[in-house]
Design a protein around this ligand. Sequence first.
Ligand code: NAD
Length: 464
Amino acid sequence: MEAAVGDFAKKIVCIGAGYVGGPTMAVIAHHCPEYRVTVVDISREKIALWNSEQLPIYEPGLYERVAKARGHNLFFSTEIDKEISEADIVFVTVNTPTKTYGEGAGRTVDLQFIEQTARRIKANAGSDTIVVEKSTIPVRAAETLRRILHSGNDGVHFEILSNPEFMAEGTAVRDMEQPDRILVGSMDTPSGLKARDELTKIYEHWVPAERILTTNLWSSELSKLVANAFLAQRISSINSISALCEMTEADVTQVGHAVGMDSRIGAKFLNAGVGFGGSCFRKDLLNLIYLCEHYGLHPVAEFWQKVVDINDFQMQRFVHRMITAMFNSVVGKKIAIFGFAFKPDTGDTRDAPAIHICRSLLEERAWLSITDPYALDNARKDLEGFPGEIDYGTDPYEAVKGAHAIALLTEWENYRGLDYKKIYESMEKPAFLFDGRNHLDHDALFDIGFNVYGVGKPAREHFD
Ligand code: NAD
C-alpha cells in the first residue's frame, strides 16, 4: 500500500521525469527515507515506464535504486497539480532545448516548458514552497521564475534556488552519489538562506559538507553553463590539434599525454575523437554565446562560437577522410557503424556525432549497417525519413558481413573484445577501419590486414 503523505517529514515533487529528474530523485529517495519523493511528467508513457520493469532510460545502477525505493518513498505520477499542491519543495527538471523557431532560433534556449511549469506551480501550490531550478537555464532565469510565481499570488511565498545538475549520462548514479560538488545558489535574504539550508540538508545525507557549495543565484546559474562550455572547449582544443597531427605525422594521443602531464593543464578530457555530442554541450554553448551577444560582448561570443565550429569541422573531417581513403567514393558500399549513442553506457543519441556522420554518409549514398547495444531505437528515430539504405542490429558480427568499412563512433567497452580476425574475414577487401574514438588496438588491426585510421594519427595503409 502507498505510504500516506503525512507519514513523511517533507514532500518533494520533481517536475520532469527525464534523464535528470528520474535518476536524481531515485538517489534522493534512496538516501533520504524520511522524505516522500514524487516525480511527475506530462508524458503518460514515460511515467508508465518508470513504474514498470523497463525504465525509460538506461543508466548503470539506476534500476536497482528505483526498484528499492519505488512504492515506499519514491513515486512516479501524472497527477501534477495534486502533487504540487502537497509539496514543500518542487524541483524543476523539465527540458530546456535550443529554440527552433522565431527570434533566437538555433541559438537561445526555448523556455516554454519552464514557463508552463512555473505557471502550474503558481496555480496549485497550497502553501509556501521552495522551487529548485535544476534544469539548465540562462543566467538570471530565476528572476523570470520569481516574477511569474509571484504575479497575482500574494498568499503563498515562493523561494527560488538554483541547483544545477552536473552529472554525466552513463555515470549518472555514480556522479550523483559521489559528486565533485553540489552547487546551491540562493538570494542573500533571510528566507533565501533558510531555503538554501533546507536544500543542503537533503544533500548532507550523503555528500560531505565541504563538497556542498553555496553561492548567489546568478553565479550558480552561470557556473553550469561555464562548466559545460569549458568541458566542450577542451574537446574542441584537442580535436583541433588532431587535424594538425594528421597532416604532420604527430600522434594526438602522444601529444595529449605529454600536454596533460602538466599539472596546470591536467589529463582529463584530452582524448581526440569525432566530436562532442549529447543534449547539453552544444545547447549550453549556444546559450552562452547568445547571452554574450545580448550583452554586446561580441568577441566573447565569437570565442565560444569557435568551440562549436571546431566540433562541426571535426565531424566533417572524419567523413571526408573516410571518403578519401575509400577511393573517393562510398556509393553503394556497406559501412558498419559501431556505436550510435553519443557516449558509452547510455542509449541517449541526442546530438550524437553519429547522427551527423551517418547522414553525411547516406548523402554520399553509402549503405549503413548500424550496431549499438542500447541506442538502436533512438537511432531509428534520428534517421527516420532520411533517404538511403540502413540496417540495424545489436550483433556487430552481423553488421560487418560484406562491409567495406567499419566506423567506430561510440567507445563501447565490448568493441575492444571482438574477434577482429573473424570480422576482417567476413568483410570486403581492402577492409577499412575508421576509429573515431581511438578505442581499438591499431597495431593489431593493421597486422590483421585492416587499413586503419585513428583520429589525429597517421593513416596505417596496406599498399600491396
Ligand atoms: P529530458 O528531455 O530527458 O526530460 C525532461 C522531461 O520534462 C520530459 O520527460 C518532458 O516530458 C518533461 N516535461 C516537459 N515539460 C513539462 C511540463 N510542463 N510538466 C511536466 N513535465 C514536463 O531532459 P533531461 O536530459 O532530463 O534534461 C533536463 C534539464 O536538465 C535540461 O535543462 C538539461 O539541460 C539539464 N541537464 C541535463 C543533463 C543530461 O545529461 N541529460 C545533465 C545536466 C543538466
